[in-house]
Design a protein around this ligand. Sequence first.
Ligand code: COI
Length: 356
Amino acid sequence: MSIFIDPDAVSSLHRYKMPRKLGFGRVLAPVMFRAVCQDGCWSIGELVPYTAISLDPAAKVLHYAQSCFEGMKAYRTPDDGVALFRPEKNAARMAYSAKRLCMSPVPEPLFLDGVRTIASYCANLVPGNSGESLYLRPFLMGTQADLTVSTSASYAFYVIASPSEAYHSGNMRLWVERDDTRAVVGGTGDAKVGGNYAASLLSTGRLRERGYDQSLWLNPANRSSVDELSGMNFFAVIGDALYTPALNGSILQGITRDSLIELARDQGHQVVEGEIHINELLKQVDSGVCPEAFACGTAAIISPISVIGDAGSSYRLSKAPGPVAQSLRQALLDIQEGRTEDRYGWMQPLEAIRSS
Ligand code: COI
């Protein structure tokens, strides 16, 4: 597909000075990719200067939450190149999320053009330290302006980029959320939609006051087995095996989760995708049968869990970070950052377009 590159976007990249301190998602690249859709017909994509979006106050996204997004990263490789990690998986998941919200999906070639174009033009903005990357945030929203509860006939697709460190550094303290649920049975828990994240914020606020970092969400159907964290999937080493909740309809189909399952099996671990009962898990942490647990996600990579709090008690993992989390994190980053052969075919090198 052809792509329009606005000369002002190129000039803004020439002028851009990257701040020293990055954090996660706070520094934004001075360009963005966009395309629009009317009645199922998509425009060509454009790389334009980063600017505020103008929306009609009656746009469906603002009232009925027709919007979904993705999280993915461009990595700096040892030859000073830039590479994406499994971008087709993000394209497919965004199409799944769009379908769940009855939105026009972004065609895969347009999605890939978007993420490749912005990552190539922002090659100078891809940080080089291990664990850092250019975080890409594709998103899609319904823009039709009327207040009827009906699917939008018009959409806007954007990709913005943020030179970033990992989302969470150090060990994490989880709190078992027994009251609220993040997802509902038959709902949108397995789609990447903003409402899931909005639904997690009240719980996060409560647990932060108690000195914890993240909610550990339980399955909405039984309220007794572990689903995931607010923006990450969950793994625990129990006995001789690595356990992770199965994809049950209320859990995000994590691309990092999927990659770690494959890496762990190749490292010789037995990986079980199944139900993890929270009361059982807490006993196993207490007795040492579960010595380590970790969360994973595109933004987070792998974050070791040091403590799980529940109803006034806290259960301390004996290994944080534990050896399984450490070796999987290293194996994943070695592939993503190009230090080891990519025998899975996950990495896609890009043409790095230098802005100076
Ligand atoms: C990601 O890992 O890319 C996400 O979208 C999670 C978000 C909490 C940053």
